[in-house]
Design a protein around this ligand. Sequence first.
Ligand SMILES: *Cc1c(COP(=O)(O)O)cnc(C)c1O
Length: 482
Amino acid sequence: MANVAFYGGETVPLEMHKVRIVQKLSLPPVERRLEVINQAGNNTFLLQNADVFLDMLTDSGVNAMSDQQQAAMLVADDSYAGSATYTRLESKLRELFGMEWFLPTHQGRACEHILAKVLVTPGTVVPMNYHFTTTKAHITLCGGTVEELVTDAGLAVTSTLPFKGDMDIGKLTAVIAKHGADKIAFVRVESGTNLIGGQPVSLKNLAEVSAVCREHGIVLVMDASLLADNLYFNKTREDACKGMTIREITRAIADLCDVIYFSARKLGCARGGGICIRDRALYERMRGFVPLYEGFLTYGGMSVREMEALTVGLDETMDEDMINQGPQFIAYMVDELSKRGVPVITPAGGLGCHVDAKRFVDHIPQSQYPAGALAAALYIAGGIRGMERGTLSEQREPDGREVFANMELVRLAVPRRVFTLSQIKYAIDRLAWLHENRALIEGLIFYDEPEILRFFYGRLKPVSDWQERLVAKFRADLGDSL
Ligand SMILES: *Cc1c(COP(=O)(O)O)cnc(C)c1O
């Protein structure tokens, strides 16, 4: 955001946009929230959006579009083949990434599907800084395995390291030596990282990864779904990037890669996705799968309206006033929560603010899902919907034993340009209240536990009447406020 000093001395992330279309929200009273979360089996995925005040579940497909994106959607050229809309998107990507070839898909995981189909064969290995759920599933489905090579320091919950998403180069060369370069399907860098708190990758680290890949003739693939946040961190945290424009940093990053794919539900604030490819032969190997799984080559499962919005959205991603909004709101939230003693992942990353449930409710055993319990409690306390990222999101061993997650997090996503600062302040306030009253929060147990993807559909109940006691304390402290 623009560097505007407040005379009062306060540091405030000032919005460099104004709101021109609004969606009405409702905040049901706390008693109703208690009822609703229990109807949803204490699973925030099962809440009806009409009952949610601040939806901080995800940043996927829910970022605000600009007036220019909306306007572009009206001039979309709807034709099966040879659409001018498609050509505009292709040229924009060529301009930004300098890669010759492009394949459109209907979303990010569809890119992963095609990449895995072409590059992963049984017994091959895909080293990466850190996996994303759908990435790992597609690689595993094709018989490959994932090696996670993020630096050990990247997994520390609290840190002052600016680039916790960096890959450990020593681990990378060791994995290549162990398996042999011909067994490496490709190397994947996710920038920024999703599951470890939106933490970024430095340009310097990417250059080192790229040098190792080029030395061994290994394809380097970047998952650029969260690149907008990463670019902001390159620009503000990395000395070598301080004098570069966002466009120049983007190009420097792209020049180090062979393939760049992305979810346009995040990058470019639209829908859809795509794969940019440097090498023609590799492009031709992938091309055949687009009509098979996605749609004809020039629409790839994306509507032309989304393509127009994406073309404009990608261009707007080169504007620092646009990409800084998410990270600066998140940093504000992380700083204010830290000041109030609420445990969060540090330093602030992209995507959202990650609350550390392991420390927040350290009296709840992992077998009773501390992060799930905290997410339910936060909905009760504020009508705020976060996402559990802990043991609940893991899968049991075949013999029924629980797999305890490394981190127990409640992710509070901050979709880009969606919330106002007073709403962020409200979330901080309710979290701080909950932290003061954390002794009241207890665990959850399943009463309906699906075998697959239990975090999406599973239903749980509280181990005691702790939620009623939490509501009573809320009334005692906040009177008849909602
Ligand atoms: C969301 C996401 C994906 C998957 O994209 P979808 O459009 O949801 O299929 C892949 N990688 C990363 C890093 C993501 O954040």
